[in-house]
Design a protein around this ligand. Sequence first.
Ligand code: HAM
Length: 436
Amino acid sequence: MRFALETSRVDPSLCRPMNLLPGFRDFYPEDCARRNYILSRWREVARRYGCVEYDGPVLEPIDLYKKKSGGELLGQLFDFVDKGERHVAMRPEMTPTLARMVAARERDFKKPLKWFCVPQFFRYEKQQRGRLREFYQLNCDIIGEPSPAADAELIAIVIDTLRAFGLTKEDFVIRVSDRTAWTQFAMARGVGEEQVPDFLNVIDKLERTPREEISKRLAPFSIPIESVDAFLSNPAAEAAGLKTLTEDLAARGLDGFVELDLTIVRGLAYYTGFVFEVFDRRKKERALAGGGRYDKLLSLMSDNKVDLPALGFGMGDVVLANLIQDTPAAKAQMDAWMARNRAVDLYAIIAKEEQRPAALFYIQQLREIGYRVDYPLAPVKIGKQFQTAEQLGASLAIVFGDEWPQVKVKDLAKREEQLVPATELLALLERILPRA
Ligand code: HAM
């Protein structure tokens, strides 16, 4: 009775320890395969561009984000005080960690650095389509190169990453902008330098906020919404800045992916100039990726000891997975990868229990040279074993039975079989079945 009284005052969701926390995911094998598909393609493309992989800690001092990320991210931290009385936060993004790491050992690395990582992040956001409280993100960053050639190289990585999933310029668009244009706009209208980040936060919400609300938020800066409208409808000067980028991309045959859109300013405080976000063309999803230049962050991080220009982007797995799911060509490509990846190469059919030790000997040999092999752990009817072989996607079944010391090698797709001495099995497989 006492127990019942006590629990009745507790939040009911806390009494159901079997439930998932909102915004977190279980990764059953199918989900894990989908996640691995995304992560492996991300790694593949980043390496094609000469990027090298790094990682950092999952937990950081909260000050790292308080001082460096800024914006709405601060309200979304998973933070707590640890047993050593340190106020810490689970990482919500990588950029401050990266800046700290590079600033600490800057002399050890040849510039420009091209680094990537595929970490898991945590943000206490409202769970909705495309936004969870835990997600993976590809981060690619170029550090130590101020020229627009680096901007173009970064955008090319974004484009090729999405193309690697079978997505085309009909499926996504990169909307580029320049924060300096807005900074100059605000300062020319009397906004003080320290107020500029707050002003940029209002511009960042332009598309998702009703006009009256925007007008209200602009009031403290004494900027009427009409002058923002006028600035947005006359982006000629910015379009000129975009020319180098589009020419560089066109030389690679990557034109048609980028558009100018000054409503993009990014919600993080450290961006300094060129910024961009990637959206699906059908406008069904939240942003797929976002990034830009943060030329001052390294010097802020190192008390001006290290001053390196930098730029990068983050691409999340959640929106990307939604887009792949809704784009038939991309989905077919993912399904084929998953089927290939899940399948075993060979299934050993143990047709006679006396042959189990011989089968185990060859199964071990085959696994040692890199084939994926499975077999029944307990005696099972032969028909059922063939069924399992097919379900597991095996290319070949090897039958250990009456024919011993010969084995039957059956091609499960072509339904053809051949008999070979067991001693020649490995040599035969090397010829007919390439390893994954
Ligand atoms: P961000 O715009 O905060 O940038 O995040 C980049 C991408 O991560 C988003 O476009 C989205 O795909 C994904 N993402 C963000 N929050 C969530 C969420 N709650 N659930 C699922 N996906 C999410 C940054 O994080 C910058 N640090 C990127 C960067 C790297 N800039 C320079 N280098």
